[in-house]
Design a protein around this ligand. Structure first.
Ligand SMILES: *[C@@H]1O[C@H](CO)[C@@H](O)[C@H](O)[C@H]1NC(C)=O
Ligand SMILES: *[C@@H]1O[C@H](CO)[C@@H](O)[C@H](O)[C@H]1NC(C)=O
Ligand SMILES: *[C@@H]1O[C@H](CO)[C@@H](O)[C@H](O)[C@H]1NC(C)=O
Ligand SMILES: *[C@@H]1O[C@H](CO)[C@@H](O)[C@H](O)[C@H]1NC(C)=O
Length: 601
């Protein structure tokens, strides 16, 4: 059985590293067109660009070189104690190096070269026991080199050239194989016993291998040229018109297009025109997979164009097309239909019909004051419609499609306010080339099933969990994870919050106050019961989507609910026992951390 504290721990692990990186992005003032996928609601920072994680989903490398970030460094980054490589060179970063950098205890390479950093080198850098490469060249650093750097036993490369450093250099640093202190006012060079840069006497020796390499390259090239020339003659002999062959290749591509049937392949130019060159004004939203733009095609059809970011590099083009085709065969009233797609070497775009009433999340939480509240009757229809859409994906598609990010923001509303599930199939589409490697956890904090978060394995039942949380969003109008609830000593996770109120039989306090008491309390109770069944910690206990549909239609809920209450009671007693033992829930550092995170946003 899944333990709540484990789930919380995992969520907070992701939140901590994601938050630290997001703070870094904010403080660096990354230009709008950079790091767009560094999005705090996107659960796992390991899926972000320029971030690399190890097999345990711990962030190990962050590389942001030459990105034109002109802000400052964030001290929050100090929390990433699994980071081994941090490269921020050539950005024009200003301000000081935060002393919290000394907390990056796994760091082996730190490159802050070619920025505009000022102030002194913090002596805390002497705590980076694993550090091998330290580059602070070409900045505006002042003061002396801290004595603490002598403690860095593993250092093999230290470059501090072209700063305003002055004074004594710790003796130990001259023993490092490669050092450079030139372009400062340090005690080295002509008037001192030690030179300012490491002696490169081995460079003479290294010339010999270089000559060898050059000879090798030249020789190799000649042989290659001869070989190519020979091949050319052979080919020419066989096919006189090999230019003609090339044309045949292109024709083959056209045939492939016809095989796509109804799915339209758009030209990039067409979508550029439709969206006014991806004008910021036309952005409908930004999800985990990229931005969505509103557009109008030449025949006046309104469309939504999804511009995927962070997909695996090209080469996977054929695989991409296969996945796109797979998505396009899932046709159901409650599923967002794919109209077409577009690929270029650097872009992947998907074209969907435009949904005039946007998303359920928008209607619940972001609507303009003059727009009407999503009334109870519509919420019930959304619940049923979304359930039917997911049932179709799970039970009527072959191969079945796991959505992996079911939430109110991904359930759209057509002109009749009928629920239309969007964004399905994308997780696989983006990870096409990683299918036999570990798939990254994709989804949204607070909506992710515990087993998916901890093992990275998704199934229909992880979607059922997400669906259950979506039902809670529908009833409460609230977010799945909300730090502001902490201020009222309440639970951060919507699920915990609802469970508590349900236990205390305070159903009316659960319901969205925007409904102004226009709802049927029996129906509310039923929806909450279905939601709690769907969000059970262990995946086997959750109902299948087809059962959910039946329960929403009033069949078989009572028995399952009784069973749930019994299981839940035992589970809660167990949890409370654990809590007393570890004093988890009362742990002030845990709550303090949560408060800090919410304040930081
Ligand atoms: C960096 O920013 C400056 C000023 O905003 C701009 O002129 C320049 O083109 C940018 N460089 C890159 C590589 O984006
Ligand atoms: C991080 O560094 C600061 C200053 O160097 C220190 O006060 C703080 O205790 C450190 N935090 C952790 C978690 O090690
Ligand atoms: C570098 O620092 C010095 C002394 O603090 C200051 O006078 C100078 O303007 C700085 N230069 C740049 C490019 O920031
Ligand atoms: C040391 O730094 C100076 C100034 O940045 C540079 O010109 C020189 O080539 C560097 N020396 C070595 C050995 O890297």
């Amino acid at each position: 059985m899944w333990d709540d504290s484990l789930i919380k721990w995992l969520i907070f692990m992701f939140m901590i590293s994601g938050d630290a990186l997001y703070q870094l992005k904010l403080s660096l003032g990354a230009p709008a067109n950079q790091l767009i996928d560094w999005n705090p609601s996107h659960v796992d920072p390991c899926t972000w660009s320029n971030v690399i994680c190890d097999n345990n989903d711990q962030v190990t490398s962050v590389t942001l070189s030459g990105m034109n970030c002109s802000g400052t460094l964030s001290s929050k980054i100090g929390i990433l104690n699994t980071l081994t490589t941090l490269t921020l060179k050539g950005n024009g970063i200003t301000g000081e190096i935060p002393k919290e950098f000394g907390n990056l205890s796994s760091l082996s390479s730190l490159d802050l070269g070619n920025n505009r950093l000022s102030g002194e080198i913090p002596s805390s850098l002497g705590d980076l026991k694993r550090l091998q490469f330290l580059t602070l060249s070409q900045n505006n650093l002042t003061g002396a080199i801290p004595e603490s750097l002598s403690r860095l036993q593993n250092l093999i490369n230290i470059l501090l050239d072209s700063n305003h450093l002055s004074g004594h250099i710790p003796e130990h640093l001259f023993q490092i194989p490669k050092y450079n202190f030139t372009g400062n006012r340090l005690n080295c060079g002509a008037n001192f016993p030690q030179p300012c840069e490491s002696d490169n006497s081995d460079s003479g020796a290294s010339n010999k291998p270089k000559i060898g390499i050059i000879v090798g390259i030249v020789g190799g090239t000649i042989i290659l040229l001869l070989f190519v020339g020979l091949l050319f003659f052979v080919c020419k002999g066989r096919h006189k018109g090999y230019k003609h062959d090339m044309f045949e290749d292109v024709a083959g591509e056209v045939d492939q297009r016809i095989a796509f049937g109804q799915l339209k392949r758009f030209a990039y130019r067409e979508l550029q025109l439709a969206t006014d060159n991806f004008n910021e004004k036309n952005i409908l939203g930004q999800g985990g997979f990229g931005k969505v733009y509103k557009g109008v095609l030449q025949d006046n059809t309104k469309v939504a164009v999804k511009r995927l970011t962070d997909f695996e590099s090209p080469g996977g083009d054929a695989a991409f097309q296969r996945e796109v085709e797979m998505i396009s065969v899932a046709v159901h009233r409650n599923l967002l239909r794919l109209i077409g797609f577009c690929t270029t070497p650097s872009e992947r775009l998907l074209v969907y019909p435009f949904m005039p009433n946007l998303s359920v999340a928008y209607r619940l939480r972001e609507r303009k004051p003059e727009e009407p509240v999503l009334d109870w009757a519509r919420r019930k229809r959304v619940a049923l419609g979304a359930a039917r859409g997911l049932e179709y994906l799970h039970e009527h598609c072959n191969p079945k499609i796991i959505h992996r990010d079911v939430k109110a923001a991904n359930v759209l509303l057509d002109e009749d306010f009928e629920a239309v599930v969007g964004d399905f199939g994308l997780a696989k589409l983006v990870d096409v080339r990683k299918t036999n490697v570990t798939t990254q956890v994709r989804g949204t904090m607070g909506h992710i099933a515990p087993e998916y978060l901890s093992t990275g394995k998704s199934s229909e039942r992880t979607d059922v969990f997400g669906y259950g949380i979506m039902l809670l969003e529908l009833v409460t109008g609230q977010r799945a994870i909300d730090f502001s609830r902490l201020e009222e000593e309440d639970d951060v996770l919507l699920l915990d919050h609802v469970k508590k109120l349900e236990r205390e039989k305070r159903l009316d306090d659960i319901v969205d106050c925007n409904l102004n008491e226009h709802y049927n309390i029996q129906e509310v109770e039923m929806m909450i019961q279905v939601a709690l069944l769907c969000t059970q910690a262990s995946p086997e206990d959750r109902p299948a989507m087809s059962e959910v549909v039946r329960m929403l239609e009033g069949e078989g809920l009572a028995e399952r609910w009784e069973e749930w209450q019994h299981v839940e009671d035992t589970r809660r007693q167990e949890y409370e026992r654990l809590q007393r033992r570890f004093e988890w829930g009362d742990d002030s550092s845990y709550n303090q951390l949560a408060i800090e995170l919410s304040g930081g946003r």
